[in-house]
Write a new protein. Sequence first.
Length: 460
Amino acid sequence: MVGNYASLPSSPIASPNDSSTALSPTTTKKGSQKSSKSANAVKQSIPKQGRKWTFIAGSSLTGVLVLLSALVCIPPHLQPDFSRQLLLGLQTRIVGIGGYLPFLQQLYPTKSPQVLQQANRHEQVQIEDSGSCALSAPTTDESNAKTDESCSIAANLLFQYGVYGFSKHVNYQQASKEGYRVQELDPKVGWLAYRFGEDAAFVRDNALGVADGVGGWNGMAPNADPAAFSRTLMHFFSKEIEINGTNPYKSQESQRAPPTPPPSPPPSHSDSTEQHPAQAILQRAFDGMTIAMARANKIGSTTALAAVLQDDMSLSIVHVGDCALLVLRDNSVLFETKEQTYSFNFPYQLGTNSETTPKGAVLYKVPNIQKGDVIVVGSDGVFDNLFPEDVNELVKELGKDAGPSELAKRIAMEAKRTSEDRFRRGPFQKGAEEAGKFFQGGKVDDIAVVVGKVINDRSN
């Protein structure tokens, strides 16, 4: 695995500007006659204009120190973004990255293993069974005719897919322009994942995924790059499927032996012998991301959600954080994932200083995926602004003949529009209210949408 992850499309790393050092003015305290004379001598040696600027500089420095002292006393999650970045940026430049990391750990402590274990669960989605596909040898038994037909369909199930998104810095007016389009992946560069600000996504005819780089890292250190974490993770997830297929546990079908043993079933289901393919793929992609980011000397973290079609007509889903996935069928929401967070707006994440690993992911298996099902995967920039019912209505409005690219664009555009609506009570405002926090309107954020429409004809 290390060999396959050795080469990653390079991107420049910005170097921080050298900060200037300000000297604190000294003050003298009145006391004895000797001290008074010394003070007068110093005063007389400085022109009136110089004394004026010395006073202004001293007052300004005192004000800055008071402000920084106040910010230190405010918990990070209550600080405005600009103040948090100012404080952490100053801390980084003063003590350097070596002294900065302990300071960072104090401000943003990692959760205990006991909390993480709550996420180790496997959820079997209960959907009416229309016949299982055992993928056994062909048979002439009439009782197995339905199963054989289902197996034939399952072998041909795949996605027609579309992807769309924007950086948070693109407003709705800019996104609405006719010339705006998603930049296609360049085979010469080698990336297998799209980038939308700090969001990233990949699409294949048998798998879909979205990741969201945690923006809180920005400004914390010169080498913080959450966008690199999200895109690299999605790149390696897609690459892993390209190499080993959608079920790496089938060793006889793999093109190479796994570099590490497959992860064990989640602790909460230790009595289950079923292995989860999407979790194994995420583990390999996570290992690749960790190696690549270490070599690039970058820090950061990302959430992730990916879904993989299986030969038994099921959808294997692995989920870490607050992205979301919907399965739509017959103009209704058949299934939806639930976000995985420590607290409001604080998602589980993979990366630097995080104890969360793919073994702590939430796992789903949606059985009996059918032709015509629509799978929507989006970052929190989508589902912080649109409820699942809103997405379903958009898909219903466009009709069954709408292609996945058209659906992805429509959902992304509506999420962008509502994110700039200061009077809409969307999912993020509702969540803030439930958490006892004040927030009004939509939430401006990076947006990534992937839509997969299930078909069983590879010619399409």
